[in-house]
Ligand binder design. Structure first.
Ligand code: TXA
Ligand code: MG
Length: 367
């Protein structure tokens, strides 16, 4: 059976990988957020292969990755200037936003340029563009000489991969090459900022927070916070509004997420499970909140107190590790520190991964 060759992106030659991309085939590629499943963004059939390999619904668009801001113009990817009639209506200081946060974990939605295939944008009039900071991603895009379309390199619906081994596990049999660039520094996918609407809004929270963007875009807001009922309905009917239609990030085993619950309430639930001889794995946000010994397995998201960057970095690997232990239930507490903090991105992923939500004072199951 075929199995992908694992290439060490820092030491090995990338020649064969680049040749493969030039021939129109997808490869696993590290970025600073999560691993991507990359193919030539300007080649519709190469992009179709991404959807096939990942098992991704064709109506969920891809992010285009560039290694130089000038590629926005040269590849006619996205229109960054205002149209004469003002129809594009982009934020006036978009350029400053890109200068500040690129390269890095920010994806911007722009009006689609004429050369971008409908396969990439799933027929949307907008294109999502990102300039990753990972040196290997930049090198691959640079050596190819074309932008790379890349969704996260997981099987559709599974937690995003933050290590090359995760990509091998999910897609190793379907790929020829996975480039290893070590553990992804950020660990959550990029923040997706829709610049084609006024005010601009965040469709998917990530490492670049609302607070960080507000310094340059004072009116930026979260998707869902300013829309009229009609606008909301129209947006939700589009499958491309990230995460609205498809289940995401989910481990195979049921994940129970506890919102605003006390330690006693969570422990009570676990004890009850243990009494029924059910195997429990608990994902803990920090080490300090817990007693030294527990009658169940624990995975710690943060070892240095409750550090949100560390929690984000470890989250997807923890969901995969919990799954590998094959428990009856995975238990995790909500990590909610408000809209402006990095916890928003963490909670967005955890909420979508959860099978059952438990809310304080109501330990019955809710859908
Ligand atoms: O950090 C990241 O963004 C990673 C790395 C590999 O760059 N990529 C990633 O891609 O997370 P993916 O496909 O797993 O998530 C992209 C999200 C999807 O929710 C998709 O619906 C949304 O971006 N998206 C892409 N193009 C869009 C468009 N034109 N309009 C609205 N949403 C779009
Ligand atoms: Mg994804």
């Amino acid at each position: 059976m075929k199995r992908a060759v694992l290439v060490d992106g820092f030491r090995d030659s990338l020649e064969a990988v680049v040749a493969h991309l030039r021939a129109g085939f997808p490869v696993g590629m590290p970025t600073e957020t999560v691993y991507g499943l990359a193919a030539n963004a300007m080649d519709a059939s190469a992009c179709r292969r991404i959807f096939e390999v990942k098992g991704r619904p064709l109506d969920n668009p891809l992010i285009v990755h560039i290694s130089d801001i000038s590629q926005l113009d040269s590849a006619e990817l996205g229109l960054v200037r205002l149209n004469e009639d003002g129809s594009a209506d982009l934020p006036m200081n978009l350029k400053q936003v890109l200068d500040k946060f690129w390269p890095g974990p920010l994806t911007v939605l722009l009006p689609k340029g004429p050369k971008v295939s409908d396969v990439v944008t799933a027929g949307q009039p907008t294109v999502a563009v990102r300039f990753p900071s990972h040196p290997i991603a930049q090198r691959l895009i640079g050596e190819c000489g074309f932008p790379l379309a890349a969704p996260s390199a997981n099987k559709s619906g599974r937690p995003s991969p933050t290590m090359a081994s995760h990509v091998m596990y999910d897609l190793g049999m379907e790929l020829d090459f996975v480039v290893d660039g070590g553990a992804c520094e950020v660990g959550l996918e990029s923040t997706v900022l829709d610049c084609t609407r006024t005010p601009p809004r965040i469709l998917r929270p990530g490492g670049i927070t609302l607070a960080m963007l507000r310094e340059l875009l004072p009116d930026v807001c979260m998707f869902g916070s300013v829309e009229s009922e009609g606008e909301m309905e129209e947006m939700l009917s589009r499958p491309s509004t990230p995460g609205m239609k498809y289940r995401h990030y989910a481990p195979d085993r049921p994940l129970h997420l506890f919102h605003q619950c006390s330690e006693a309430q969570i422990s009570g639930f676990i004890e009850d499970q243990l009494k029924q001889h059910r195997l429990v794995v608990r994902i803990c946000s920090s080490v300090d909140a817990l007693t030294a010994d527990a009658a169940y397995e624990r995975i710690f998201l943060s070892r240095t107190g409750r550090d949100l960057a560390e929690i984000a970095h470890n989250l997807f690997a923890a969901l995969r590790e919990a799954d590998e232990k094959n428990p009856d239930v995975i238990v995790c507490e909500a990590i909610d520190e408000g809209e402006l903090s990095e916890s928003l991105g963490i909670m967005n992923r955890l909420s979508k991964a959860a099978t059952v939500h438990h809310v304080a004072n109501d330990l019955g199951l809710q859908s």
